[in-house]
Design a protein around this ligand. Structure first.
Ligand code: UDP
Length: 328
């Protein structure tokens, strides 16, 4: 294939590859001419086979199952571990399952890696908790409550980072860890529950957008194409000097209320109601991207939130018009 001998082609496994980000990554992986096979492992808790339905490539196979118990005799050159819910209402609905997916998934998948293989992991800005400094560089150790309502997600991401970086230190594992900041875009579940997807779903159905608290809490919203572009540049590259975690996101910080107002502006007649604040809701979040700019020259999250939300809105509108596709 394209002059690359069979032995130089890569076997890649993506855990969580039927999910929102994973399926966008699968699209990009299948464009690689050095790809021998792509095995997607997904238990379809929050992912959907519909997210891969447009792909017709004999190199792709979907294995339905949990990342923490998946077995095969095959060994992989690259493993990308994205198997976790990311929306607070989903991960809080089954905290033990969330921890098993992240930590148990990493333990199990490490055993499927070829010697010298590469292990990529999507960690999260949640490792910074409710940050006391802004923007947050990778060196910031965070302000996290290990007994709080978000702990199944925060702490399982932190523990998996520890497992991977300690394996790197003791065994020389080729590790790539990204910390993602509030990613949104097409293929988010309609019932995902995170701010942008919830506001769009609500605007298109009930017309009433629920803002928790005063809405002055802020996030840095990253459009999925920009984020996956960053992942591709970091995960694919063979020679990379940086060995630590890397922030990937858009550093334009916008309040939840401003996001809700913008979504309202797309649907005349829609309105905002304020609900009780969410316990331990982080007040702010913004990536320091200096390292990412240095490690990934030319990469930037260039899509502004208005454009990204417009594109996401159009996708949601098409899904809500054909509900079978959205929930399959
Ligand atoms: N949020 C909100 N209404 C919603 C969903 C979320 O006001 O319908 C708020 C939420 O309280 C938080 C912010 O939006 O302050 C981002 O929430 P999201 O669940 O998208 O991400 P995370 O809290 O994990 O950063």
């Amino acid at each position: 294939m394209h002059g690359i001998s069979r032995k130089d082609r890569r076997a890649v496994l993506v855990a969580g590859g039927s999910g929102f980000i994973g399926s966008h990554l699968a699209d990009r992986l299948l464009q690689r001419t050095d790809l021998d096979c792509l095995v997607v492992v997904d238990n379809l808790w929050t992912g959907s086979p519909q997210n891969l339905a447009h792909l017709n490539d004999p190199r792709l196979s979907l294995e339905i199952g949990d990342a923490e118990v998946f077995t095969t005799s095959q060994r992989f050159d690259e493993i990308i571990h994205l198997a976790s819910p990311a929306s607070p209402c989903w991960y809080m609905s089954d905290p033990a399952r969330t921890i098993r997916a992240n930590v148990g998934g990493a333990f199990n998948l490490l055993g499927l890696l070829k010697p010298g293989g590469r292990f990529c992991f999507s960690s999260t800005s949640e490792v910074y908790g409710d940050p006391q400094i802004s923007p947050q560089p990778e060196s910031y150790r965070g302000s996290v409550d290990c007994t709080g309502p978000r702990s199944s997600y925060d702490e399982s991401k932190r523990c998996t980072e520890a497992l991977l970086f300690e394996t790197q230190r003791t065994q020389g594992l080729d590790v790539r860890v990204v910390r993602l900041f509030n990613v949104y875009g097409p293929r988010t579940r309609i019932d995902d529950g995170r701010a942008i997807s919830n506001f769009i779903s609500q605007a298109l159905t009930t017309g009433v957008l629920t803002v928790y608290g005063d809405g002055l809490q802020s996030r840095s919203w990253g459009y999925v194409d920009d984020i996956v572009d960053g992942l591709e540049r970091f995960f694919w590259r063979d020679n990379i000097s940086h060995r630590g975690p890397l922030n990937i996101g858009n550093n334009c910080e916008v309040s939840v209320l401003d996001i809700a107002k913008f979504v309202c502006s797309l649907v005349p007649g829609s309105s905002i109601v304020h609900h009780e604040p969410v316990p331990q809701d982080p007040t702010n979040r913004c990536p320091d991207l200096r390292l990412a700019k240095r490690i990934l020259p030319g990469w930037e999250a260039a899509t502004d939130y208005q454009e990204g939300i417009r594109r996401t809105f159009e996708w949601f509108r098409s899904q809500i018009a054909t509900p079978a596709a959205a929930t399959a």
